[in-house]
Design a protein around this ligand. Structure first.
Ligand SMILES: *Cc1c(COP(=O)(O)O)cnc(C)c1O
Length: 460
């Protein structure tokens, strides 16, 4: 039975990342309010937001500090055209980002969502080469299973067929290198001691194509949409050197992993590298408002800096570029990082989460692996633990467990056969326990259901 709001939603709303027919049987949950790690629906039922509302939330829903900063800013200046105009929140934010990001990333270009930031980075890299005499550099190199957003350019560098298969005829001709796959490592490396021999796939493509390559784009440390595939910093270190040697830009897409997700403020820090472009969004505003930035260095900037008549300016604009409300909120997010020892207390929380999750899940017959980097933990569900054989995607087992977990008050949206924990940083140890135990009960209840059915079949 649909509630009134669910019926009206069904009449007019088209939801993202959804087969709308599923909504006949399984209408969307109508959320009334949020507080901390909890969401509350129209009937007052609570849900732990274990996915930080699609990876954007850092400090909980309806966070007092952020809400106050937002409402103050809204009575001062909500928005202003960003060409030939500027404002304090944008200037302070650009200064701050330049100071906390690695190395010489000094220039900040604003956009309004992750995909738009990717478009900006691709266009800047391409135009840089056009304006510095390397006009053959027109293509991009990305990893298999990469995800960089869903506008046409961003989709072109993405490698998850679920999202881009049907659009293939519209997409840029991207070169693809096989990415790291630590769970099913073809080199049988151990992650602790891994020296990233799989960089060879990348090196091969760079050697063959560098003259036509503008940039390599990568998600540092975690290929998130691919199913939280995690790989060691050694890979990034080698990639940075290769890009330099072959005169190809390195674009770090830290949209999902930036702002403390992997344990350091930015994932690139763990490899001690500075990319030529860094894209940030999602956590940038703590999950409050859409905003993104692309950071780059002075060398790139200077290739665009000339007399008007030379036509070298970077022409890319969005109506809401540098929105003051979003910038003010982002500044408050960075204040919280500074003043509340966030990274340090996350270290303790993530260690606790890892120990507990490993203990709870490692013996479960459906769980091939539990892996974790910083505040991101993931369970890979498999048919057979020994062979690591995956469940066929049409079984939708992640989706089935997701529905069970929702009943139990846990929002645990799957990526295919991977369930993951990416909670807001305000989660407490007690709440971590509740999240993991509820996830376990959900997996277990699914297992028992299917197990019983199998037995029935055998008896028949
Ligand atoms: C979410 C995401 C994007 C796209 O950001 P949107 O704001 O959803 O357009 C790009 N890259 C990565 C790594 C992401 O996780």
């Amino acid at each position: 039975m649909k509630t009134d709001m669910q019926q009206r939603d069904f009449n007019h709303v088209w939801h993202p990342c959804s087969q709308m027919k599923d909504y006949e049987e399984f209408p969307p949950i109508v959320i009334k309010k949020g507080k901390g790690i909890y969401l509350y629906d129209e009937n007052g039922k609570s849900y732990i937001d274990a996915v930080s509302s699609w990876w954007v939330n850092l400090f909980g829903h309806a966070n007092d500090r952020i809400s106050t900063a937002l409402s103050r800013q809204s009575t001062m200046l909500e928005h202003v055209i960003f060409a030939n105009f500027t404002h304090e929140p944008a200037v302070l934010l650009a200064e701050k980002l330049a100071s906390i990001t690695p190395g010489n990333l000094n220039k900040v270009f604003f956009a309004d969502n992750g995909s738009a930031a990717i478009e900006v980075a691709l266009k800047m890299s391409f135009q840089y080469h056009q304006q510095t005499g390397k006009t053959s550099k027109k293509r991009f190199l990305a990893l298999t299973d990469a995800y960089h957003g869903e506008t046409i350019g961003a989709l072109s560098v993405g490698g998850v067929s679920l999202y881009n298969e049907v659009f293939q005829p519209l997409l840029l001709d991207t070169i693809r290198a096989q990415g790291p796959d630590c769970y099913r490592c073809p080199f049988s490396e151990k992650q602790e001691s891994c020296s990233a021999p799989c960089i060879a796939f990348m090196e091969e493509q760079l050697a063959r194509h560098h003259e036509e390559l503008s940039a390599v784009i990568i998600e540092p440390l975690i290929q998130a949409a691919a199913g939280m595939k995690m790989y060691p910093p050694a890979y990034l270190k080698k990639l940075r050197e290769l890009c330099k040697a072959y005169d190809v830009h390195l674009i770090a897409d830290e949209i999902a992993v930036g702002f403390g997700r992997t344990g350091t403020m930015f994932a690139c820090e763990q490899a001690g590298i500075t990319p030529d472009f860094m894209c940030l969004s999602k956590g940038l505003t703590g999950g409050y408002l859409p905003l993104s930035v692309v950071l780059t260095n002075d060398r790139v900037y200077q290739a665009f800096y000339d007399d008007y008549g030379t036509g070298k300016a970077f022409l890319h604009s969005h109506s809401y570029t540098g929105n003051p409300l979003a910038c003010r909120v982002a500044l408050e997010v960075l204040n919280i990082f500074e003043e509340e020892n966030v990274l340090e207390s996350n270290l303790e929380k993530s260690a606790y989460m890892k120990t507990l999750a490993e203990q709870v899940f490692s013996q479960h017959p459906l769980v091939g692996e539990y892996r974790q980097t910083g505040m991101v933990g993931a369970l890979e569900l498999v048919m057979d633990k020994a062979t690591k054989e995956p469940f066929p995607s049409e079984d939708r087992i992640g989706y089935k467990i997701y529905k069970i977990a929702l009943e139990k008050g846990l929002l645990l949206r799957p990526l295919g056969n991977v369930l993951y924990f990416m909670p807001p940083y305000v989660i407490t140890k007690k709440e971590i326990e509740k999240m993991i135990h509820t996830a376990y009960e959900s997996v277990q209840s699914f297992f028992q259901e299917t197990h019983d059915k199998k037995e029935v079949l055998i008896h028949e």
